[in-house]
Write a protein that binds this ligand. Sequence first.
Ligand code: SF4
Length: 333
Amino acid sequence: MEKILEVKDLHVTFRTYGGTVKAVRGVDFHLNKGETLAIVGESGCGKSVTSNAIMRLIPNPPGKISNGSIRFKEKEITRLSEKQMRSIRGVDISMIFQDPMTALNPTLTIGTQLVEGLQQHRKISPTEAKAKALDMLELVGIPNATERLKQYPHQFSGGMRQRIVIAMALICDPELLIADEPTTALDVTIQAQILELFERIQESTGVSIILITHDLGVVAKIADRVAVMYAGKIIEVGTKREIFYESQHPYTKGLLNSVPRLDLQGEKLTPIDGTPPDLFSPPEGCPFTARCPFAMEVCDNVYPVTTARSDSHKVDCWLQDERAKQLLATAEK
Ligand code: SF4
């Protein structure tokens, strides 16, 4: 499979009056052409910071990509100038944010905003730009597109506004779309419609998608692969099947046990007790130690070695070590 994006040993820090926050601490992952990778985890785990780093939207100061590589096709994103980034952002890589209202200008019509975005990046006549804007509104399922182009954001419902934001993100035919919690601000019915829209768009355009979310229901619906983040690290990655049915990391299992399932009616949800570690001074060892029911002495002191359970399934947990497996087997006898 062709890799469109490869992130290696990415570190992002933020300097504050209280010290340096190590928000992303050595993240590795890749994205294949045409696939959807979901990055999941609790608030503050570093998933949005990772996606902003790919877009080079980390405000410097106080933020900084302090180490690592982000390769998008043949380009090393971390080394590009701001001018070079401007020619990639919104063109080759686009981003959809959580709240559609903040992404749209309330004083301009939808048509103006769609056409402006396109004309900024492509040499295209106003007539061609308008035709493309109409195509995009139709692609995202907005009826009466010709009339709707003349309307302002407040004349659309929340779901329709998110469809317009998706149209804006796709108007330059990007190869990579980053969607940061794209359905969080929407009610459940509209959420389902937007997720179906993502699937339809991917089928028709072949765009590769990184989906940032805390919602495992959204992941189950549209992801091909899943990366689970905790305290600035990816602690488990695998195909959707591997994560939902064969997860190995106690944190991933905890996340799965804390969401309601229709097939387990009457079962109690099990929350994950405790809080994530302080990223001003993250622990040397496994960051989940304080919350993990299986924590061992080694977990406190040494970060676990990554274990590959298959070509696609990788886990950072000492329970995968043969010595831990033997100990557990002995304890069970
Ligand atoms: Fe738990 Fe240790 Fe595995 Fe971390 S490495 S998840 S503390 S068992």
